[in-house]
Design a protein around this ligand. Structure first.
Ligand SMILES: [Mg+2]
Length: 291
């Protein structure tokens, strides 16, 4: 039986949460920025209004300001993003226990076993969007397909607040004309190699010679060929598989160059304090060697 897999992507997640908490930001161009006061601030996320002016994630703040003089920079509130991400996951888990997060704002769901309870993939996707809008106050785009790769592709195709279905019957018409770097795991380096061989669309990749791809990209070449042909069979992991915290860290951008040992000692102290307080919060013991 063909699987029914959903990929839900909360639209402009960070910026949407900021606008939710501060209604005076709504309708204005907003960017979540590392630290507007610091030297190396960049745009971490932006809303549609900022995007319309050409502001892109990763832009230095001066550039964003140049493109969009009215832009409002807000600092990130990760605790809020985590909270909203968690609420979304709780909604998803009412439909299936196979919920696999991909970052804070995206999740795959395998609802194959739940369609007899909740209706087909489209129906579940539409219901999820409605509930997320009502219960979280943000919008989501949902892709529905028979494998994870196409489900993710689908959630990117129509935004915001839309459902996109990609079936095994019509994926060649829908997916193959798309640029090859729309495919998950085609990063910049791979994209450049593919371009050199005249592989520009996902269809080009699907119809490329497997031997050529293997020579060019090794095992990954074959994997991408499978993806392009709709042959991805990787499972959606179980919701219980997540949440094993393996590391806790913290970083900062210093507002000026750290020159003396004292400068560095103080900065390290602040970072260590924040890491150790989070370790205590999660109930971890500190290894005796570090006590
Ligand atoms: Mg998103």
């Amino acid at each position: 039986m063909e699987r029914v897999i959903l990929h839900s992507d909360l639209n402009n997640f960070y910026a949407s949460v900021e606008c939710l908490y501060n209604p005076s930001l709504r309708g204005k161009p907003v960017a979540v920025a590392g630290d507007p006061e610091a030297r190396h601030g960049i745009v971490l996320a932006k809303n549609y209004e900022a995007k319309a002016c050409g502001v892109a994630t990763g832009n230095p703040l001066w550039m964003a300001k140049q493109k969009c003089p009215d832009i409002i920079f807000v600092p990130p509130h990760y605790d809020l993003y985590m909270k909203y991400s968690q609420i979304a996951k709780e909604i998803y888990s009412e439909y299936t226990d196979q919920v696999e997060p991909y970052g804070l704002d995206e999740c795959w769901l395998d609802v194959t076993g739940s369609t007899h309870l909740f209706g087909d993939g489209r129906r579940i996707a539409n219901e999820l969007r409605k509930r997320i809008k009502f219960e979280l106050g943000v919008t989501a785009s949902v892709g529905v397909s028979y494998n994870k790769i196409f489900a993710k592709l689908g959630s990117d195709m129509k935004k915001p607040d839309a459902t996109t279905i990609i079936t095994s019957d019509h994926f060649r018409d829908v997916v193959w004309p798309l640029p090859v770097n729309d495919l998950l795991y085609v990063g910049r380096a791979t994209h450049n190699k593919l371009k050199r061989y005249g592989i520009h669309t996902i269809g080009d990749l699907a119809q490329a010679d497997q031997k050529l791809l293997q020579n060019m990209l090794g095992q990954n070449g074959l994997m991408l060929w499978m993806f392009a042909n709709g042959l991805d069979t990787s499972p959606v992991s179980n919701i219980g598989a997540k949440s094993l915290i393996k590391s806790i860290g913290n970083s900062t951008t210093a507002p000026r160059d750290l020159i003396t040992d004292e400068d560095i000692r103080i900065t390290l102290m602040v970072l260590c304090e924040s890491v150790s307080s989070r370790m205590r919060e999660y109930g971890f013991d500190i290894h005796p060697a570090f006590e």
